[in-house]
Design a protein around this ligand. Sequence first.
Ligand code: AP5
Length: 251
Amino acid sequence: MSSVVRPRRWLAGPGHDCEPPPSTRRPCRLVLLGAPGVGKGTQAGLLSSRLGACQLSTGDVLRGAKRLAACDRSPAMELAIAAMSRGELVPDEVVLEIVRERVDCLRCHGGFLLDGFPRTIAQAEALDDMLAAEHLGLDAVVSYDLPIERIVARLSGRRVCPGCQAVYHVETQPPQTEGRCDRCGGPLVQRDDDRPDAVRVRMQTYEAATAPLLDYYVARALLVSVPADGTPEEILDRTLETLDIRAASRA
Ligand code: AP5
């Protein structure tokens, strides 16, 4: 197994170099969909290791903006940060500007795993336009499914490393030393949008704005559904098997 591809250019923005991803048999270009906390980020990390494609998370970029000094944040960033902590979506124009600035990452020879984008029909249409302009297509859109009470349990136990974005769970994926990141040693924290009031807003927002994307991608014959129960490795195997079956049926 290769290691996770660190998308420095995606996280830090244009003008930053990336480690070149290891060569892959063929680039894999996926969108990962699913309710907040279903495990998209966890699967994106595992898929990145296995497929050599970059994990491109809009949430990670927006959380990076939060770490900037207040004087370095634009008014749009301030609005985005406030929306995130309430559990609401960041306005489409802000998210699309972030993705357009990083369009190089869609061209990466290793492929990409879009995690948290698109999240509205307007974002999906904009992604279609960006990919068409680059003469690229999606291999599939993977939708992870899990009952809501199990998702809420995943969110309430999540701890993250603000330094390197590693994700843990106090019960199912604890760090080796309590409260410390295995990868960089930094302190682990609870995300402020994992508070119960923000989680409620995120779930309602998902149903209203993001769930309609399932029909959007069914209509384009791109959607595959993967049950998100079991261990992360079991879900990874299920995802790869589902993608293999899809690829074989289209060959
Ligand atoms: P974002 O960062 O994208 O958050 P999200 O979609 O709400 O998803 P999460 O990161 O909360 O969960 P996940 O599905 O990745 O689960 P994870 O793997 O961490 O977005 C945050 C905010 O940014 C949004 O609310 C919005 O404000 C804004 N934003 C971002 N993109 C935007 C866009 N395109 N448009 C507008 N606004 C945007 O797993 C969760 C927990 O479960 C972890 O603790 C993990 O360890 C554990 N876990 C994972 N898998 C398993 C398993 N199989 N078994 C047991 N535990 C597991």
